[in-house]
Design a protein around this ligand. Structure first.
Ligand code: GAR
Length: 184
């Protein structure tokens, strides 16, 4: 199974996905980012992986930008597109072309807290539990059939940073394993 990993930032999930390829029997065939400054680009270099960079700031129109992504995806023909901290919304034409093949990880217990600042929002709401969700991507933001969730109890000492660390630790464990369960 060949996957392409999309990211926008530090890429710690990207790293765990790359690191676990052999263990779980999938192949990271390529990586993609919208952000030329993304730390994850160095992770790709360290692993000798090609990273395609298309800077979204060079486009005024989201559909035009996503057409470029579609061309790129057609050139590499991945079985799955794995979003790992990719902080842009796909337009519906892109989602339609790759329906059932795009998977995202989102740092909340969806349907709670789609969008940004999920850790602060869980704290503000006085939630007892927080967690992360792996789901198929549809044209709605942070929506789509849920594949897997994992939660933990929020402690009184937690703040947004500690919640982020706890979530990433879970994500690094469950995302690679979940990818290996996807069917071509
Ligand atoms: C991850 O926690 C992921 O769940 C989140 O961004 C972080 C990326 O961290 N994704 C989203 O918020 C998507 N809506 P990383 O760059 O260290 O892997």
């Amino acid at each position: 199974m060949r996957i392409v990993v999309f990211f926008s930032g530090t890429g710690t999930n990207l790293e765990s996905i790359i690191h676990n390829q052999k263990k779980y029997g999938y192949e990271v065939c390529a990586c993609f980012t919208n952000n030329p400054q993304a730390g994850g680009i160095h992770i790709c270099e360290d692993h000798g992986l090609e990273c395609k960079v298309i800077d979204n700031n060079h486009f005024t129109d989201r559909v035009e930008y996503d057409k470029e992504i579609d061309l790129y995806l057609n050139s590499i023909e991945p079985d799955f597109i794995i979003l790992a901290g990719y902080m842009r919304i796909f337009s519906s034409c892109l989602v339609d072309n790759w329906e059932g093949q795009i998977v995202n990880i989102h740092p909340s217990l969806l349907p709670k807290y789609p969008g940004l600042n999920t850790h602060q929002r869980a704290l503000d709401a006085g939630d007892k539990y927080h967690g992360t969700t792996i789901h198929f991507v549809t044209s709605e933001l942070d929506d789509g059939p849920i594949i897997r969730q994992e939660s933990f109890e929020i402690e009184p000492s937690d703040d947004p940073n500690s919640l982020m660390d706890k979530i990433k630790e879970i994500e690094h464990r469950i995302y690679p394993e979940t990818i290996s369960f996807l069917n071509k």
